[in-house]
Ligand binder design. Structure first.
Ligand SMILES: NC(=O)c1ccc[n+]([C@@H]2O[C@H](COP(=O)([O-])OP(=O)(O)OC[C@H]3O[C@@H](n4cnc5c(N)ncnc54)[C@H](O)[C@@H]3O)[C@@H](O)[C@H]2O)c1
Length: 400
């Protein structure tokens, strides 16, 4: 303490000029290895700070604080998640050959790897985040997607007609008169949904015929679970797989998932335009009706989580898609890696806003998991995260 401070009354010394403990002691308070890193921004005097690569930018942002630090941490968690390797498939007993494995050049199984679950809200497919998700599916970097209904139909609709940039300020009544619909600052013409109806109705007709033929053949056993992804009884994920197959368009997430055998789960399949189509179809097909079984799908996603040797989640947005992946991971006593990106707040007790620690309390994410929540619009940060991780062009350094 300076000499000047010697003259200050003891009460001020005790309350205001008290000495600090070492920052490293905070590591005993909370499990966060980053505590104590010096806060620093980008040094623009350096050549490498000009026109920075995504991976360098994100690394530099890690020491900035606030959500920039969470962004940097999310990239580290994702790199750890995708570079974890376990036992070799051939060294495991038959009963332990479960979960996800590397696929070697000759098509055989290599080492165990993390099973990656990715959830996204519908608006993200309406937005250009769709193309980033397509790239991940194309390269089999995700093992399972979970979507809400809009995230299924909007993917198909975008193959039939475009979505446009509009403005958050465009008035609802004016747009209604013009037959235009607004999602944030994007606009979708009503005609797109008419095209979707024309496209999907013949598929619903065919799926109904296939269902009826299956019922006639299977008789009383027609309600038994049938896990062949191409056969009735239909489930939301089988239905979605069929849409992916039928759209046969490289730009479609559902098509890439069909092609690469990646399941897309959507327990709320009817809460969107698909629900309208299924509703209208009941009048056309009455008294017959398409049946969609949600029990087989919950069994499938929960089994996938239970069998995964390590489980990782990337959850873009909140609501149903967030909880569905978390709940599946409860079946294995919690995920090992978790990245949440959403704008939700926890003060209202919503699941959408719940922080990761709340999921730890339920056993949906492990306490020792590598985990972080970024408070942000997904469109701002997810393309940056993917550029800095999955698409950074570097070879993975594996760890066990
Ligand atoms: N294009 C569409 O958005 C669309 C189309 C048809 C139907 N619907 C239906 O609307 C219902 C609600 O949609 P939903 O469940 O997909 O999610 P939602 O739009 O209700 O969002 C749920 C939560 O996710 C978070 N979130 C959403 N967008 C985000 C973003 N860009 N960045 C960060 N966080 C974000 C917010 O916390 C939000 O409260 C669903 O049943 C869906 O099928 C949506």
């Amino acid at each position: 303490m300076s000499q000047q401070n010697d003259k200050i009354p003891d009460v001020l010394k005790d309350n205001i000029l008290m000495e600090s403990s070492d920052i490293s002691t905070l590591k005993d308070e909370i499990n966060n290895p980053d505590i104590g890193i010096e806060i620093k921004g980008i040094d623009y005097s350096k050549n490498e700070s000009i026109d920075m690569k995504a991976s360098d930018l994100v690394k530099a942002m890690k020491t900035m604080g606030f959500q920039a630090s969470n962004l940097g941490k999310a990239c580290e968690v994702i790199d750890k998640m995708r570079s974890w390797r376990g036992e070799n498939y051939h060294d495991l007993s038959e009963s332990d050959r479960k979960g996800s494995f590397e696929i070697l050049e000759d098509g055989s199984y290599g080492k165990q790897r993390t099973t990656v679950f990715l959830g996204y809200t519908s608006n993200l497919i309406s937005s250009g985040v769709r193309e980033t998700l397509v790239e991940l599916a194309k390269n089999k970097q995700v093992d399972c997607f979970v979507s809400s209904a809009g995230g299924i139909e909007e993917d198909i609709i975008k193959c039939l007609a475009p979505t446009y940039l509009g403005d958050f300020e465009l008035k609802g009544a004016m747009l209604r008169e013009k037959g235009l619909n607004r999602i944030g600052n994007m606009v979708i013409p009503n005609d797109n949904y008419c095209k979707f109806e024309d496209w999907i109705v013949p598929i619903l007709d065919t799926m109904l015929e296939e269902q009826e033929a299956f019922v006639a053949k299977a008789g009383l056993n027609c309600n038994d679970a049938e896990y062949d992804m191409n056969l009735p009884p239909w489930t939301p994920s089988k239905f979605i797989r069929r849409l992916g197959k039928e759209i046969n368009d490289e730009s479609s997430l559902l098509y890439q998932c069909y092609k690469n055998n990646i399941p897309v789960y959507c327990p709320g399949l009817t809460d969107g335009s698909i629900g309208d189509m299924l509703f209208f179809h009941t009048f056309k097909s009455s008294p017959k009706q398409l049946r969609i079984d949600i029990v087989s799908d919950i069994r499938a996603i929960n089994t996938m989580a239970m069998e995964s040797t390590r489980a990782g989640m990337m959850i873009l947005g909140g609501g149903l898609i967030k909880h569905h992946i978390n709940n599946a991971c409860l079946m294995r006593n919690g995920a090992d890696f978790a990245v949440y990106i959403n704008t939700g707040q926890e003060f209202d007790g919503s699941d959408a806003g719940a922080r990761i620690d709340e999921a730890v309390s339920w056993g949906k994410i492990k306490d020792e998991a590598l985990k972080v929540k970024i408070y942000s619009d997904v469109t701002l940060v997810f393309p940056l995260i993917v550029a800095a991780t999955f698409k950074n062009g570097k070879n993975l350094e594996y760890w066990c």
